[in-house]
Design a protein around this ligand. Structure first.
Ligand code: PRT
Ligand code: ZN
Length: 298
């Protein structure tokens, strides 16, 4: 085992797990799993991934057990606000957005209640698994309400008579609808992020964390990028390149035995839709090919 490895805390089994493990793979980490499956030890870099419950990730990164973590912004913020409410330093910082695990933390009301903005919460009971984010929102709006912490199944609290409102994570909205709850204010837009410890780390850990950060950046940047190849009449070149979505200067290559057309290759930093291809075709482009981009390093 390497001395001073970078240790990344990753959710063991849940919504973020498949994409987190895929990300480790895409940044080039080749690893062996420990017999208990809870540790992935890098074979090709001094990097280890520790598989844990998502709620434990911020604390593990704060206390230095791990140097980085992949976690939902909702979980990171809840820990941050909890620590700040206790007068403690946060101990980690959000350094990158990973763009998966999108959801929102929202206030929802019962059909029988009215909503006239945050003031409607005055004097009411709000059930939530995110008591510190909810309290922060109430403080920001100068509202005095009772926050009731629930470990799970928050959505059933009003029907049980335990609360008037809920503040819960929402993705499709189906859970709220099934419980006859109506979404009102979104108090946090969430997605998975990379957090990094604010404790001092060794020169080797800093080197590898910076390298991983760069590689993660590369993976995220190519997520929606496409490589497009096409043939264009020279006289339509300007019109064709103008239509390429989000691309910098394209590469223009002569075609063997053809004086009127050139090949154009470009990385488009946005998705290339059928409509774009149809517009390119109308402008004179032919032989169009759109390919996914796997890696990019600026
Ligand atoms: O066991 P462990 O503690 O690690 O996992 P967990 O059960 O606490 O978390 P998990 O795997 O459910 O979620 C991990 C992270 O995924 C969360 O912290 C969020 O950042 C993110 N995420 C994205 C979600 C959702 N979407 C989501 N829809 N987390 C939870 N939900 C739940 C929500 O709590 C509600 O019960 O799904 C329900 C609502 O979904 P819709 O589609 O009906 O609106
Ligand atoms: Zn959890």
């Amino acid at each position: 085992m390497t001395k001073d490895p970078v240790k990344i805390a990753v959710q063991k089994s849940g919504r973020l797990t498949p994409r987190s493990l895929e990300l480790l793979d895409r940044i080039g980490l080749d690893y062996d799993r420990s017999p208990d499956q809870l540790l992935c030890v890098g074979r090709n870099m001094p990097v280890e991934a520790l598989l844990v419950r998502d709620d434990d990730i911020p604390e593990l990164v704060r206390d230095g057990t791990c140097t980085m973590g992949f976690v939902g912004l909702n979980v990171a913020r809840e820990t941050e606000y909890q620590r700040r409410a206790n007068g403690q330093e946060c101990g980690f910082e959000v350094v990158q957005e990973l763009g998966f695990g999108q959801c929102r933390l929202a206030i929802a009301r019962q059909e029988t209640d009215q909503w006239n903005g945050p003031q409607s919460l005055q004097g009411k009971r709000i059930a939530t698994s995110y008591p510190h984010i909810t309290q922060h929102y109430l403080d920001q709006h100068n509202i005095d309400a009772q926050v009731i912490a629930f470990a799970g199944s928050v959505e059933i609290a009003p029907a049980l008579g335990k609360s008037d409102f809920v503040c819960d994570l929402v993705s499709t909205g189906a859970t709220l609808a099934a419980n006859k709850l109506i979404e009102e204010d979104v108090i946090l837009e969430s997605h998975s992020v990379v957090i990094r410890t604010t404790r001092s780390t060794s020169a080797q850990q800093d080197y590898w964390m910076d390298k991983l950060t760069q590689r993660i950046d590369g993976v995220i940047r190519v997520q929606h990028s496409k490589y497009i190849m096409l043939h264009a009449p020279i006289k339509a070149l300007a019109a064709v390149t103008r239509l390429l979505p989000g691309s910098e200067a394209p590469t223009v290559i002569p075609l063997q035995g053809c004086n009127e057309k050139v090949a154009v290759h470009a990385v488009c930093r946005e998705n290339v839709f059928w409509e774009t291809l149809e517009d390119l075709k109308a402008a004179g482009a032919t032989a169009m090919l759109v390919l996914p981009v796997e890696k990019m390093l600026a």
